[in-house]
Design a binder for this molecule. Structure first.
Ligand code: 6GU
Length: 275
């Protein structure tokens, strides 16, 4: 995967991406990264790339021409026209599915805006995909571009080690991840759940699945509606409704997720299990 980033803050992108797993992948060659400083393409050569918005209003707008010149210089050097992702709160919301789809590209260009935005005409001219990373407003597109590049990189062959690639299954099977524990067995009075020390792999797997179901119910219930629930999943979820007795070593009122079910969670679950 070859990433190209058009930005006013190339050092921010490079510092972020050359760290940790993406940094290792860049050094090892399974990823490449090239940043292009839009300021180098300013019209008058004085470094100015923004101007006042027509119609008035607060803030400045990044002008079309420097961005387009930076883009055209890049595609001329590449000899091809990769997809161009513009990071904007007005875009489609990024998710794991979009990451998987974009990971099939060989090159991706990211356009990072700043200030109040980018002249709409250059978006029409060069952008193929407008993407947001969630419902909040950031000061620029650099962090969202890095979020996307990180999520996409995890799907690129050679980026994760075998050990790493089995991890973070959340969203890959539609449920949130179960809780993890390491040494010591007791920390500040808190015990590791005994089933994890039992050596009984079947019980461990069942407990983890139940914890995933419980976490998803508590934190992201809407995800449960698109997960296939088998007989044992249903039995566990039913036991939550039937009054919080121990089920497969998961005490419904245990400390991991705090308390039993709220009325809202019970209603949601009853509906889900009726299907
Ligand atoms: Cl892609 N850009 C900015 N500036 N803010 C955002 C965003 C993008 N996604 C969520 N908030």
């Amino acid at each position: 995967m070859n990433y190209y980033v058009l930005t006013l803050f190339p050092e921010m992108i490079e510092n972020g991406m050359n760290t940790s797993i993406t940094g290792r992948a860049i050094a090892g060659g399974s990823l490449s990264l090239e940043t292009v400083n839009i300021r180098d393409y300013s019209l008058s050569g004085n470094g100015r790339i923004d101007d006042y918005p027509y119609g008035g209003g607060a803030g400045m707008v990044m002008q079309a021409e420097p961005i387009c010149r930076a883009y055209e210089d890049l595609v001329r050097r590449l000899g091809k026209q990769p997809r161009v992702v513009y990071l904007t709160p007005q875009g489609r919301v990024f998710d794991q599915h979009m990451a998987e789809e974009l990971a099939r590209e060989e090159e991706l260009i990211f356009l990072c805006g700043h200030y109040e935005g980018v002249d709409e005409r250059v978006i029409e001219e060069i952008v193929t995909d407008q993407v947001s990373i969630g419902d909040y407003v950031l000061t620029g597109g650099e962090l969202p571009a890095m979020v996307m590049m990180d999520a996409i990189a995890r799907m690129v062959p050679g980026v994760l080690s075998n050990q790493e690639s089995g991890q973070y299954e959340s969203f890959q099977d539609g449920l949130l991840e179960y809780p993890q524990y390491s040494r010591p067995e007791e920390w500040r009075g808190k015990q590791v759940p005994p089933v994890l020390l039992s050596g009984h792999h079947g019980n461990v797997d069942r407990w983890r699945r139940d914890q995933s179901l419980l976490r998803t119910l508590k934190n992201r219930p809407e995800l449960l509606t698109s997960v296939e629930l088998d007989k044992k999943d249903r039995k566990f979820l039913q036991s939550l409704l039937d009054g919080g007795e121990m089920m497969n070593d998961t005490d419904v009122s245990d400390c991991t997720l705090g308390g039993g079910l709220t009325e809202e969670e019970e209603k949601f679950l009853a509906k889900l299990l009726a299907i």
